[in-house]
Each structure stands twice: as C-alpha cells, then as structure tokens.
Design a protein around this ligand. Structure first.
Ligand code: UGA
Length: 435
C-alpha cells in the first residue's frame, strides 16, 4: 500500500515508520521545513528509543521518505492518515481541530483516485463526519472514504506498542475503508492482534474513553495513596492486592505525583467538554481532572513538609523533569508545577534530566541545570525524584549522603525502599507508604 502520513509528530512519525517497516511505501509530510530537513538528515525531532535506527533502515530500503510537499504524497497514496496535533483550545479545553480541518482541505485539493482518509490523531466524536463534509464540499468528485483509527501507543515505548498492540480499533462506515485498513495492518494479524471494527463515532469515543479510564485509575490509586499515608497502610501492597483481581488489572496502579503528558490531561478535558455539550456530563472524569491538577501542586507542599516545614533559602535538587522516563516531552509534566511551587515557597531549585532539560528551559524560570544526578545533589538540602528514569533507580546513596548539605530524599515515584535509604542516614519520604 502507498501511504501518506500528514503530520510527523509523535504519532505520525512512529506510525509512518512502523507502516514502512511492515513493507508499505510511506511518505511522511510535515509543514515544518526544519523538521523535514532534520529527518532527511537522519536526525530525530523527538527522543524515542529505537526510532532513529528504524527510520534509517526504512529510508535506506526506500520505503520511507519525508517531505513538506503534501500534494504529490496524497495524490499517489491509497491511504492518507491525518496525524496532526489536536492541542487543548485556550479557554474552554476543547480539542483544537484547526490543524485537522486544514489538513482535510489540503487533502481534498490533492486526492486522486480512490483514497481512504484516516484520522489517527485523537479527535472528538463527529470529527470524521466533518472531515468527510469538508472534503466532499471542496471536491464533490473525489472518491474517498473517511475512517477513524485511533492510536494507543505510549511515549517511550512507542515502537513496541505499535508493533504489539493490545488491539487495533477501526471505525469505518464503508467496507472499502475497512478492507484497506485490514490490508495495512495485515502483518500484525499474524501476531494475533485483535481488530475491532466499529462505526466511526464509536472508534473516536473509544480512544477518549480509554485514556479517561486510565487517568481515572491513576487518580484513584493516588487518592488511596494519600489515605494510606494517613492510616499507616502501604499503597504498593494495596495496588498489588487489588491488581491481582483480573477484573481490576495490575497496570496503571502506580501512585505518583499525578499524570502528565501530551495525552491524558488534554484528552480528559476534551471528553469533559464533549460530554457537557452533549448534555451528559462525565462527572467522574471532571473530578479526575480537578484532583490531578491539585495533586501536582500538593507535591511541592509534600517536599516542603519533608524539609521540616520550610524551604526558604534552601536548595532543592530535582531529578527528572519529563512527564515520564524515556521521552524528552515536558508537556503538562508534574515537575513544572512542583518546581514552581518550590520556588514560590522560597527554594532555589537545581534540576537534572537525561533528555528533558532543553525542552524544560523555556518553561521554567531561574532553575540551575546540572550535568548529572550527583552534580545536581551537590550541597543540596533535599533531593526529589520526580521522574523514574533508570539512571535514578540505583543512585549511590553513600556518595549522595556525603555531598548533600542535608540528607532528605523525597521519592515521588516510590523507586527506593525505606530501609536501604535510611541506612545511609536519610530522611525518606515517598508516596503512600508508611514512615
Ligand atoms: C497515554 C496512553 O497510555 C496511551 O495508550 C495513549 O495512546 C497515549 O496516552 C495517547 O493518547 O497518545 P502516554 O501519555 O505516552 O500514553 O504515557 P503513559 O505511560 O500512559 O503515562 C501517562 C502519565 O501517567 C505519566 O505522567 C505517568 O507517569 C503517569 N502514570 C502512569 C502514573 O502516574 N501511574 C501509572 O501507574 C501509570
């Protein structure tokens, strides 16, 4: 199949590269010439483990190319995927669909012959209908079928998630679209990946429901963690105790500083807005959004408390800035609220992140950036682990104890066990585990 991928961000670039790896002929299109130039020179615009090698291999095999020129890419394609950004709209939180609709207009001008147009970006219910209306209005003669094929990959594990998905969801109103998508994903069916074919609106909503459910699961365990701290219980054991029940499942029950990233915060807000507009508010998700927002700020207060009630004039070393490990993505990262909260409380903040510091700099004021974890901790009054990068899982605590001004370790990801930290003379504060 010949595929045009419109938008070479996270989802577009990973999906396009994996489709090429399946053997399809893929052209990734992006409006940003700097991004395309970088990709053509073999430089990745994002940090994602394994992506550079996979891109290089498929470019070399002649199956993958990058361009700013949408027209020929779409004209030659059997399937065009829309994978442009859908950020939260300022003010009301609804997904900003202007990039999706702009792509639809450009696709309409360019399509040639029967083409399946697929929305891969996370888009609110009814967006597929609007994409179809736009294309048909501009090109009544166009032979198109519009389908929805939401993506469920996680940053940092994107290639593995794409190639070994729990399921593929296809929303199609026309058997020809379904057939094309089955053909595109055929290599995955050899691995028994289940495919769920639904109506277009159902597929669109499935994506939001999945992300909102996962965000709810995290928020649930975070609130249980707070309760554990008050009553002397251990949230990790509670999570294991409930997660072993297959009806609940063990995943996404890791308590922490609150969810962040480019998806959960934006998608939960958009679902809330869609449901309000439909007259059926999802009050549970509304609460999840509010609880998660306040949790990030509460984490700064937790650090202040761990420092004896004040951080005024103290130096706090923050390890991990990105919203999760193995990405350079700073979008809605808990570190942003935590660092701002610490600065508001009078702390000097020093930070280190293996990949996220460049992206963090414009978002944070007055932070000193360190070369590594130990450079970050040197002379600090407290060390806070905000993101669980592997590099922070086996720190030399004896060395940290020697170089820090005060031995306080706040572990917001529960990567250490209390006894091993206390052995080195640290005051240890974690999430939802008894003191
Ligand atoms: C999420 C979903 O997991 C993907 O299935 C989906 O495709 C993607 O959004 C999307 O809509 O594009 P992602 O945002 O990359 O993927 O990252 P996750 O691994 O889901 O983590 C999201 C946040 O939840 C992170 O801040 C993470 O630290 C937090 N989290 C996750 C927890 O606090 N506890 C957990 O147990 C799991």
């Amino acid at each position: 199949m010949r595929i045009a991928m419109i938008g070479s961000g996270y989802v577009g670039l990973v999906s396009g590269t994996c489709f090429a790896d399946f053997g399809h002929e893929v052209v990734c299109v992006d409006k940003d010439p700097a991004k395309i130039e970088a990709l053509n020179a073999g430089r990745m615009p994002i940090y994602e483990p394994g992506l550079d090698a996979l891109v290089a291999e498929n470019v070399q095999q002649g199956r993958l190319s990058f361009t700013t020129d949408l027209k020929p890419a779409v004209a030659q394609a059997d399937a065009v995927f829309i994978a442009v950004g859908t950020p939260s709209r300022r003010g009301d939180g609804f997904a900003d669909l202007s990039f999706v609709f702009a792509a639809a207009r450009e696709i309409a001008e360019a399509v040639d012959g029967f083409t399946v147009v697929v929305t891969k970006s996370t888009v609110p219910v009814g967006t597929g209908d609007e994409v179809e209306r736009i294309i048909r209005e501009i090109r009544p003669d166009a032979e198109i079928s519009v389908a929805s094929n939401p993506e469920f990959l996680r940053e940092g594990a994107a290639i593995g998630d794409f190639k070994r998905p729990d399921r593929i969801v296809v929303g199609a109103e026309d058997p020809r679209a379904e057939e094309s998508l089955r053909e595109i994903y055929r290599p995955l069916f050899l691995n028994q990946a289940p495919i769920l074919v639904t109506g277009r609106r159902t597929a669109e909503l499935t994506k939001y429901a999945a992300n909102a459910f996962l965000a709810t699961k995290i928020t649930f365990i975070n609130e249980i963690a707070d309760l554990c701290e008050q009553v002397g219980a251990d949230v990790q054991q509670v999570a294991r105790g409930i997660g072993l029940d297959n009806r609940i499942g063990a995943k996404f029950l890791h308590a922490g500083p609150g969810y962040g990233g480019s998806c959960f915060p934006k998608d939960t807000l958009a679902l809330v807005k869609t449901a309000q507009d439909a007259g059926t508010p999802v009050r549970l998700v509304e609460t999840v959004v509010a609880v998660n927002d306040s949790r990030k700020r509460a984490m700064a207060r937790k650090v202040v408390q761990a420092c004896g009630g004040s951080v005024r004039g103290k130096t706090v070393a923050v390890l991990g800035l990105t919203f999760k490990p193995n990405t350079d993505d700073m979008r809605d990262a808990p570190a942003l609220s935590i660092i701002t909260g610490l600065q508001d409380a009078g702390a000097r903040v020093r930070a280190y992140d293996p990949e996220g510091m460049e992206a963090a700099k414009p978002l944070l004021g007055e932070v000193a950036y360190a070369r590594d974890a130990y450079d970050c901790a040197e002379g600090a009054d407290a060390l806070v682990i905000v993101t669980e990068w592997n590099a922070f899982r086996a720190l030399d605590l004896a060395r940290l104890g020697q170089i820090m001004a005060d031995r306080v370790l706040v572990d917001l990801r529960n990567v250490y066990d209390r006894a091993s930290v206390q052995r080195h003379g640290f005051r240890y504060v974690s999430v939802g585990r008894p003191d």
